[in-house]
Design a protein around this ligand. Structure first.
Ligand SMILES: Nc1ncnc2c1ncn2[C@@H]1O[C@H](COP(=O)(O)OP(=O)(O)OP(=O)(O)O)[C@@H](O)[C@H]1O
Ligand SMILES: [Mg+2]
Length: 243
């Protein structure tokens, strides 16, 4: 039986993410395309980091592997000390459910459910009472400034509003690690800054680790570490000190 190795929140120096010699090739017709070409990276608890780089450089591919939604062709990604390629489907679902919040480049909201239900969904799989869930969902909707739409359904929302719901859903359980793929792509400047500040607060208060994939200058200006990917390789790894 799989025994989940609960992440020790007191281990200041442990690596939340460790990626070693990571290669990802996608089959295309009879050939293949190398999307990640030997990536070595480590992230400690409480980092506020981002993968930056041009379209097609491999940002989403790397986030998907770290989020255990995909497996590497070569090398390994460790997330909270679990080797993602060695997890069964059930184990990776468990890891995502307990410890990860994922903000997708496409929002993946459930169209037939209300905003409240969409954000509540990850909590239904955990051990909370209805009253606790209600408080957590309303808090998360407030973080992203969308409490007035709690009863609406995604098709009734604008793109930016859907994006804010997706962010609330990823953050509602206050996960150890948030993976955020272009989280501000459809937001105006004011909303982007509000959400980035909320994320910064969670990062500071709860030591939530954030890993973004982005080419948005607003997001980039908040990052404390920038990893530049070019053609599936790390071109530069820049830590911003005294921010
Ligand atoms: N399932 C797939 N099959 C084939 N090629 C793929 C697949 N997924 C991604 N790729 C290719 O891998 C490369 C990296 O894709 P990825 O989505 O990681 O880029 P990205 O850096 O996130 O770009 P963007 O900024 O546009 O979101 C791209 O050239 C893409 O076409
Ligand atoms: Mg992408």
């Amino acid at each position: 039986m799989f025994v989940f190795n609960h992440y020790n929140k007191n281990m200041e120096n442990s690596h939340v993410i460790k990626v070693e010699k990571l290669v990802k090739r996608f089959p295309i017709g009879k050939g293949e395309f190398t999307a990640l070409n030997g990536i070595d990276l480590q992230f400690s608890r409480g980092e506020f980091a981002g993968l930056v780089g041009p379209s097609g450089s491999g940002k989403t591919t790397l986030l998907n592997i770290v989020g255990s939604l995909d497996t590497p062709t070569e090398g390994e990604a460790f997330v909270l000390d679990h080797a993602v390629s060695r997890l069964s489907a059930k184990e990776s679902a468990w890891l995502r459910r307990k410890e990860l919040g994922f903000i997708f480049q496409s929002y993946n909201l459930l169209a037939v459910h209300t905003v409240f239900e969409n954000v509540e969904f990850p909590l239904l799989l955990l051990d909370y009472t209805a009253a606790e869930r209600k408080k957590m969902v309303m808090d998360a909707l407030e973080w992203v400034g969308i409490t007035d739409k709690a009863k609406s359904k995604p098709p009734q929302l604008s793109g930016g509003e859907c994006q804010r719901v997706a962010i609330a859903r990823a953050m509602v359980k206050k996960p150890s690690l948030v993976l955020a793929d272009e989280p501000t792509a459809n937001l105006d400047a004011a909303n982007s800054h509000n959400i980035l500040k909320t994320m910064e607060n969670l990062n500071r208060d709860l030591k939530t680790t954030f890993l973004f994939a982005t080419h948005d200058d607003k997001v980039i200006s908040y990052l404390k570490r920038k990893i530049y990917l070019i053609d599936g390789k790390v071109d530069k790894d820049e830590k911003i000190i005294n921010q």
